[in-house]
Write a new protein. Structure first.
Ligand SMILES: O=C(O)CCC(=O)C(=O)O
Ligand SMILES: [Fe+2]
Length: 276
C-alpha cells in the first residue's frame, strides 16, 4: 500500500510501498505534488538498474550531465557517481570526493544561468554510521527575514560562481573553471508553487548586485546566519535503495561528511532541469 508521510515539520516527505519502475501517471502526479509541497521527497525500498533510475529521473524534467566531468559515469554522462575513487594512488583520502557536498549548506547549480531544478540520489552503499544528508527550507528562511531585509533585497540580484569567494573548484577540469558569474534574484518566486523563498548559497555567492562591497558582505553574512531555520530542517538517514530528490529552487542541503572513510558510501546522482 502506498503511504505518504511528512518527514519534517516544514520540509521532507517519505513515500513507501511504491515500485518506481511501474508507477503510473496518477501515482507519479501525487508524489510530484508532495515533492512540491515538501521540497525533499524520499522514496524507500527501491531496486533500480542505472537505466531505471535515469528513466525515473526524467519524469521530473531533463537530465543533464553535471559539470564535474571526472565524476561522471564513464558510459552514462548524465549519471554522476558519488563516493567512488575516494583514495588517491598514494593511499591518501581524496577530500574533494570524500567531502563533496559537505563544505557547507548550498543549492546545486547556482553558478548556472538556469540552475538545476532538482537533484536526485539513489543509495547503493551506505556506511554503518554517519553519512546523513541535511536539508533546509528556503521558504522558512524567507519567512524568517526581517521586513527591512525583504525590502532591501526586493528585486535585487546576487552574483554566483562555482567556487564562490573561496574559489574552490577542485572537481572541475581546468577548461571549466572561472566562468562568468550567474545572476539570480535573491528573493525567488517559485515557478510552480508561486511561493517566495530565499535563494542563497554562501559558498557560491560573490556579491549582491548594486551594493557597495562592505554592505554586500554584511548582507551575505546576515543571510548566512538566518538561512537555516530549525523548524525548516530535515535530516535524512540513508538506507540502501532510498531514492531522494530535492528542489534546488527552494531548499538547501549539505552532506554530513562524517562517516568512516574506509566504508563505502556510494550514490548514483542525476541533475535535472525544467523541460524547455
Ligand atoms: O552526498 C550527499 O549527501 C549530498 C551531496 C551533494 O551536495 C549533492 O549531491 O549535490
Ligand atoms: Fe549538493
Amino acid at each position: 500500500m502506498v503511504q505518504i508521510r511528512q518527514a519534517g515539520p516544514r520540509i521532507g516527505v517519505e513515500v513507501s510501498g511504491v515500485d518506481l519502475r511501474t508507477l503510473d501517471a496518477a501515482g507519479f502526479a501525487s508524489i510530484y505534488q508532495a515533492w512540491l509541497d515538501y521540497n525533499v521527497l524520499v522514496v524507500t525500498g527501491q531496486d533500480l538498474t542505472i537505466q531505471e533510475f535515469l528513466e525515473y529521473s526524467r519524469r521530473f524534467g531533463t537530465v543533464l550531465p553535471h559539470p564535474s566531468k571526472s565524476t561522471r559515469h564513464p558510459d552514462l554522462p548524465e549519471i554522476t557517481v558519488l563516493g567512488t575513487g575516494k583514495f588517491n594512488a598514494d593511499g591518501t583520502l581524496n577530500q574533494a570526493i570524500y567531502r563533496r557536498g559537505a563544505e557547507g549548506w548550498h543549492t546545486d547549480g547556482a553558478y548556472d544561468d538556469v540552475p538545476f531544478k532538482a537533484t536526485q540520489l539513489y543509495a547503493l552503499a551506505i556506511p554503518d554510521t554517519g553519512g546523513d544528508t541535511l536539508f533546509a527550507s528556503g521558504y522558512a528562511a524567507y519567512d524568517a527575514m526581517p521586513q527591512r531585509l525583504k525590502q532591501r533585497l526586493d528585486g535585487v540580484l546576487g552574483a554566483f560562481t562555482y567556487g564562490g569567494r573561496s574559489q574552490s573548484q577542485a572537481l572541475l577540469n581546468p577548461e571549466d573553471r572561472d566562468r562568468t558569474p550567474a545572476m539570480h534574484p535573491v528573493i525567488r518566486t517559485h515557478s510552480e508553487t508561486g511561493r517566495q523563498s530565499l535563494y542563497f548559497d554562501p559558498g557560491k555567492i560573490l556579491s549582491i548586485q548594486g551594493a557597495e562591497e562592505a554592505e554586500s558582505d554584511a548582507l551575505i553574512e546576515e543571510l548566512t546566519a538566518l538561512m537555516i531555520q530549525p523548524e525548516g530542517e530535515y535530516r535524512h538517514k540513508w538506507h540502501v535503495g532510498d531514492v531522494v530528490i530535492w528542489d534546488n529552487r527552494c531548499s538547501y542541503h549539505k552532506a554530513a561528511g562524517d562517516y568512516p572513510p574506509e566504508q563505502d558510501r556510494i550514490h548514483w546522482r542525476t541533475s535535472i532541469k525544467a523541460r524547455a
